[in-house]
Write a protein that binds this ligand. Structure first.
Ligand code: 5GP
Length: 196
């Protein structure tokens, strides 16, 4: 009896969407990679995260669900997040995903969040960890985005910690040297994982 209940649960679980996690240090180009993947790979659904940080100048209103801390922590207490983390003074969290039927989930999150997703749904989640070609390239990207010099330095430092943890946990590590190549490589990886 126990074993048939377990079998049917396993069957249900395999019908659940897969969760492809893109992680990597700030300034590695995760956002661009994700936008291109959505164009090139069908049936991928991007989750919208909640955050307590303020919207950046020029950032789209729906880049995140922007919340104050109280509202965010209420959602935490209500168990509304698949994962959440504090990253450089602000909270970020992924609501339990509800993709349309037939779509897999794409998450763009930090390493702490990636760890939680892999722990909570190991049978469904795969982690692609992006690395910058060099610390200089990463610093340039952060600076171009308008982050302050102080913030850029904080994030480059943070990146070292993230990289160690990310490489250790990742199913695959991809160096984002040239965007076209990176996206083609990840699209291929996702297609292969879908077959398994
Ligand atoms: P930013 O403030 O630059 O948009 O994001 C800062 C960091 O938070 C990035 O590494 C980004 O990938 C990560 N992040 C964005 N959304 C989430 C989320 O829902 N959960 C976690 N854990 N990290 C997130």
């Amino acid at each position: 009896m126990r074993s048939s209940a377990k079998n049917s649960l396993t069957h249900l679980e395999t019908k659940e969407p897969k969760i492809f996690v893109i992680s990597g240090p700030g300034g590695v180009g995760k956002g661009t990679v994700v936008a291109e993947l959505l164009k090139q790979v069908g049936n991928l659904w991007l989750s919208r995260s909640c955050t307590t940080r303020a919207r950046r100048n020029g950032e789209s209103e729906d880049a995140y669900t922007f919340l104050d801390e109280e509202a965010f922590l209420n959602l935490v207490n209500e168990g509304k997040f698949l994962e959440w983390a504090k990253f450089l003074d602000h909270y970020y969290g992924t609501p339990w995903p509800e993709p349309p039927q037939g779509s897999d989930v794409l998450l763009e999150i930090d390493v702490q969040g990636a760890r939680q997703v892999l722990e909570k749904v190991p049978e469904r989640a795969k982690l692609i960890f992006l690395m910058p070609p060099s610390p200089e390239a990463q610093r340039d990207r952060l600076t171009q985005r308008g982050d302050s010099a102080e913030h850029v330095e904080k994030r480059v430092k943070e990146a070292k910690r993230e990289e160690e943890a990310g490489i250790f946990m990742a199913d695959v590590v991809v160096v984002n040297d040239e965007i076209g190549k990176t996206v083609a490589e990840i699209a291929g990886i996702i297609r292969n994982w879908r077959k398994s």
